[in-house]
Ligand binder design. Structure first.
Ligand code: ADP
Ligand code: MG
Length: 542
């Protein structure tokens, strides 16, 4: 065997270990969930290899997780018969941090923020969480590849780790923890069984503790809705989303046509992307008859639905579908269309039947719906109905939809009016609203450039033109509200000429306006752009 080699952890790992070892005292028991979830991942990957590849080491080994506790030696080991790791994979996977989210998480902690257990779940201190409870961690592993050589990795979490090769190991990974003096409770079966029940009851492989099987395996997404309790749903969510709180919304459905699909989708409570933790990875796993085909699938849903967590199971999928064919298969796009359509329908039902819930959803996740409305032309028409806005007739904080607007349009009104501004107060102080206020006509307030992008791209809604009221060509149905004296025509003409002379190239035209009642003058845009689109273009040209 090759000699023992000692290596340094990557700087970020050292930093993470420092935090894990010295400042994470609460919720230490999550280490078990992290290790079990890694074992389950490794087993899912092995199962997939067995289906798609011909040759796998120790092909007859059952797929399972065994936990051995020794209360005398104060050790805990967790063994899986999964995919294992080669020497290079050990160095890569357990010596560096790959996820950008984990780096952002680290940054967040380094800035002195208290690590919230839900964040740990999302960005995972993952494998390294073992060092919360152990002063030494040993990983004994052998890859499923027939020619693979077994390896032993060990570390005390202080800057370095060592690796050596070992003969005669079975396929899979065994992780042994020498428990810290103050963590000896984790060698007790009652403690470990309780933690497994709490966090890992949905692991789809048998888990045993000192030889006794402790979990029941169930694919709840294939069950009938009335066979699953609220608690089971929530527990399943926590398992699949690595979350510690409950989901905000849940959609469980099955369809038979045009495709056979069982799906269980969750909207989380928090949007970590909005909170500044970088771009989210997709969170929906793709199954075929309960066999995991692709975890965190990039193909099963459009990108703007990356905030969803859950499972999609379709019998239609060929088990041995390759990652490449998945990307552009007609079947996948059909699945994607059906599931996306169903989810959008669910959201519009929520908006109608459960407005408070929808409002909460909108506060956190509106950016994704807007992204969809701006980019996903297959579903744009339905997504636009999910948009919510403030308006000149909504109370502060109350939001309306385009449909609400159309319903209460004035009889003589033909167009839908909107205006962009950073905040309600700013919009209401501007002269643009004057004429509309005088005529008691509602104007939608938009606060982000993407709103105007969507509305101008859309052009119309339910046959009504969408018009930004800072455009010069806005026509009000009936303008007849001159307050005070009217200037004679020749005076207007010479005033306009003088203004044009003074302003020169800065304006293309100066003309008389009938849309003002209080302000003396107003700056308008050429017909084809609104101010916020112009601002966006300026930013893009920089
Ligand atoms: P994550 O699970 O989010 O990728 P972890 O820190 O938990 O992050 O694990 C890092 C990597 O180490 C995993 O992605 C996987 O490649 C590898 N790994 C960890 N545990 C095992 C295991 N039991 N079997 C095989 N590979 C593992
Ligand atoms: Mg993990």
């Amino acid at each position: 065997a090759a000699p023992n080699e000692t290596r340094e952890f990557q700087a970020e790992v050292k930093q993470l270990l420092e935090i894990v070892i010295h400042s994470l005292y609460t919720d230490r028991e999550i280490f078990l969930r992290e290790l079990i979830s890694n074992a389950a991942d490794a087993l899912e990957k092995l199962r997939y290899q067995k289906i798609t590849n011909k040759e796998v080491l120790d092909a007859d080994l059952p797929l399972e997780i065994n936990i051995e506790l020794n209360d005398q030696d104060h050790t805990l080991s967790i063994t899986d018969t999964g995919i294992g790791m080669t020497r290079d994979e050990l160095v890569e996977n357990l010596g560096t941090i790959a996820h950008s989210g984990s780096k952002a998480f680290l940054q967040h902690l380094a800035e002195g923020n208290k690590p919230d257990v839900n964040l740990i779940g999302q960005f995972g201190v993952g494998f390294y969480s073992a060092f919360m409870v152990a002063d030494k961690v040993t990983v004994t592993t052998r890859s499923y590849r027939p020619e693979a050589v077994g390896c032993v990795w060990s570390s005390e979490g202080t800057g370095t780790y060592s690796i050596h090769e070992e003969e005669g190991l079975p396929r899979g990974t065994k992780i042994t923890l020498d428990l810290k003096e103050d963590a000896r409770e984790f060698a007790k079966p009652e403690t470990i069984k309780r933690i497994i029940k709490q966090y890992s009851s949905f692991v789809p492989f048998p888990i045993s503790v000192n030889g006794e099987k402790v979990n029941t395996i169930q694919a709840i997404w294939t069950k009938n809705k009335n066979e699953v309790s609220e608690e089971e749903y929530n527990e399943f969510y926590k398992f699949i989303a690595n979350a510690y709180d409950e989901p905000l919304m849940r959609l469980h459905f099955s369809v038979d046509a045009p495709l056979a699909i069982n799906a269980l989708l969750f909207v989380p409570k928090d949007n970590f992307e909005r909170l500044g933790f970088g771009r989210m990875e997709p969170g929906v796993n793709l199954y075929c008859r309960k066999v995991l085909i692709q975890s965190q699938s990039k193909d099963i849903l459009p990108e703007w639905l990356r905030f969803l967590k859950g499972v999609v199971d379709s019998e239609e999928l060929p088990l041995n579908i390759s990652r490449e064919t998945m990307q552009d298969s007609a079947l996948m796009s059909k699945l994607r269309r059906v599931i996306t359509g169903r989810f959008i329908k669910f959201l519009s039902e929520q908006a109608k039947d459960n407005p408070e819930k929808y409002k909460e959803f909108w506060q956190n996740f509106s950016m994704f719906i807007k992204e969809g409305a701006a980019t996903d032309f297959t579903h744009q028409k339905d997504l636009v109905k999910l948009l919510r806005f403030e308006s000149s007739k909504s109370e502060k904080g109350q939001l309306i939809s385009l449909q609400d607007y159309v319903k209460r349009m004035k009889e003589e009104q033909r167009d839908i009016y909107y205006i962009n501004g950073p905040a309600r107060e700013v919009i209401e102080a501007s002269p643009y609203l004057e004429a509309f206020r005088d005529q008691d006509m509602e104007v939608i307030y938009t606060h982000e450039p993407v709103d105007d992008y969507i509305l101008s791209q859309l052009g119309e809604f339910e046959g009504k033109k969408l018009v930004s009221i800072d455009r010069a060509d806005v026509e009000l149905p009936d303008v007849n509200n001159q307050n005070g004296a009217v200037l004679p025509e020749d005076k207007v003409k010479s005033l306009s000429q003088w203004l044009k002379q003074v302003l020169g190239e800065k304006v293309s035209e100066v003309r008389e306006s009938k849309r003002l009642s209080e302000s003396p003058a107003i700056v308008l845009n050429p017909d084809y752009v609104s101010s916020s689109i112009q601002r966006m273009m300026q930013v893009m040209n920089k």
